[in-house]
Design a protein. Structure first.
Length: 119
């Protein structure tokens, strides 16, 4: 049986929904708040993210969006993302999204497929 649902979404609505779907296949699932924070990083665009999506400036934007009063609040989320395998440090020492959940900027259509063998 094949079920297909098509939806046209803005980037702001896409990333939270995408993470919710992908979260079910992660070995160590994210909490709702972690998905919200990660979605905020994924929504960032332009020069800010081309240089370093999880760098100081990007963190400042996300920190203000969620009203985090201290840097340590967001640093804890980054630590959780690394521990859960969602982020890793590349050869340049910059944090990067795991390629298994990363979406290239050039993509404007994403298709997810799940297959279950029921015995």
């Amino acid at each position: 049986m094949k079920r297909l649902k098509r939806e046209k979404l803005s980037k702001k609505k896409f990333f939270p929904k995408y993470l919710k779907l992908v979260n079910v296949i992660l070995p160590d699932p994210l909490t709702q708040r972690e998905m919200d924070v990660l979605a905020a990083f994924m929504e960032l665009e332009g020069d800010l993210v081309r240089e370093d999506r999880f760098g100081t400036q990007a963190r400042g934007v996300v920190r203000r969006k969620f009203g985090f009063k201290s840097y340590s609040n967001l640093d804890n989320y980054i630590k959780y993302f690394k521990k859960k395998g969602v982020l890793f440090q590349n050869s340049e020492g910059k944090l990067q999204l795991n390629p298994k959940i990363s979406i290239p900027e050039s993509e404007d259509k994403i298709e997810l497929a799940f297959q279950f063998d029921i015995s």
